[in-house]
Design a protein around this ligand. Structure first.
Ligand SMILES: Nc1ncnc2c1ncn2[C@@H]1O[C@H](COP(=O)(O)OP(=O)(O)O)[C@@H](O)[C@H]1O
Ligand SMILES: C[C@@](O)(CCOP(=O)(O)O)CC(=O)O
Length: 343
């Protein structure tokens, strides 16, 4: 009987610690309730792979897949094929001689290239499916299995980004909340926060924004380092608040995190990673008394997260106003489950 495997993994947002994480301070990220689903089905033709993703299809042998990747350069589907080729090579101890053919169908409701971890979610779900097919992990997804998937998915993320911190693949794999401090990564149970993700539709360029912060540090070293320390303290405090939280004090938790969002945004702005569209989103949110809003990820455009206030019905009106002003808005819940095998 031909194999059929279906896996899924969530996307992510950074809650606190963007930029300061580059300087060794704490960063908190959380999995979101948007996922990538990968269906792998065995096929009769030996050595043939079919990939359907991002509204495109490849069907052919591994050599053809390699040639298509070289042709496609940095284009999303080409990068996706490059990751699949690398995972198969990893499983077969390259050079690959022979393997049972298979098809992969990749479906996702995570918008790509928006800092929501579409690449890590895709890498984790695809790595899990292919490693399962090649018998490298068990369908119990034990701690050891997950550790192996994380190592391979990290290699794949590095392939897509040139460099990766390990935050995205780890949070998409384990779900919940991830705290990164220096080289240590801790996973905590998730908390369910209602967030709006507001995309300014100004393309973000992470390396440009990281360079902007570096310039600010070069010209105002003492002040710049104080700002980074402040971001670190904000993330530390948020972690304490999250760890203390229980189902009974959700409103209290959201109130406290909300204040930290506001302070954090002020500091990011002072570091120079704001943008006129970021300011426009913040003004609109304030007009609708939306509790708090901050950049998530690199800034300089990109996306913001706003904590929706459960005690008012403001969520819908602020979303409508933001959309009317030309921004894209997604309502999500944080703390989602990590990788899983769909039955
Ligand atoms: N659903 C998907 N199917 C196939 N490949 C995907 C999918 N989602 C993301 N990718 C891969 O990840 C890349 C996007 O990575 P990146 O620019 O880092 O965006 P993000 O910030 O969303 O992670 C795409 O170019 C593509 O190669
Ligand atoms: C600015 C930074 O801290 C986060 C970048 O986030 P994103 O991938 O642009 O969402 C850079 C980094 O951590 O590598």
């Amino acid at each position: 009987m031909l194999t059929k495997i279906r896996t899924s993994a969530p996307g992510k947002v950074i809650l606190f610690g963007e930029h300061s994480v580059v300087y060794g301070k704490r960063c908190l990220a959380t999995a979101i309730d948007r996922r990538t689903y990968v269906t792998l089905e065995g096929r009769a033709e030996s050595g043939e792979i079919e990939v359907s993703a991002l509204d495109q299809v490849f069907d052919g042998p591994l050599d053809g897949l390699r040639a298509r990747c070289e042709e496609s350069g940095e284009e999303p589907f080409g990068m996706c094929l490059g990751v699949i080729l690398a995972i198969v090579q990893w499983c077969c101890d390259a050079p690959v001689l022979a393997f049972d053919g298979f098809s992969l169908t990749i479906e996702s409701d995570i918008p790509i290239r928006r800092g929501l971890g579409s690449s890590a979610s895709f890498c984790v779900a695809t790595t899990s499916a292919v490693l399962l097919k090649f018998g490298k992990i068990s369908n119990k997804l034990t701690d050891l299995d997950k550790k192996l998937v994380n190592e391979v998915a990290f290699e794949m993320e590095t392939k897509i980004h040139g460099r990766a911190s390990g935050v995205d693949n780890t949070i998409c794999l384990y779900g919940g909340i991830l705290s990164k401090l220096g080289s240590s990564l801790d996973v905590l149970p998730g908390i369910q926060l209602p967030l709006l993700i507001i995309d300014t539709l100004v393309p973000r360029n992470t390396s440009e924004q990281v360079a902007r912060v570096k310039d600010r540090l070069a010209s105002h070293s003492a002040v710049g380092h104080l700002l980074l320390d402040t971001l670190g303290h904000i993330a530390d405090e948020a972690l304490v608040i999250i760890k203390r939280s229980t189902a009974g004090n959700q409103l209290d938790l959201e109130e406290q995190l909300s204040e930290l969002f506001e302070i954090n945004q002020g500091v990011l702005d002072a570091l120079g990673v704001g943008h006129e569209k970021v300011s426009a989103v913040i003004s609109l949110c304030k007009k609708y008394e939306c509790r708090a809003v901050k950049i998530t990820g690199a800034g300089g455009g990109g996306s913001l997260i706003a904590l929706a206030d459960r005690s008012k019905s403001e969520g819908q009106s602020v979303s409508a106003a933001l959309r009317e002003a030309g921004f894209s808005v997604l309502g999500i819940t944080t703390g989602a489950e990590g990788v899983r095998i769909e039955r």
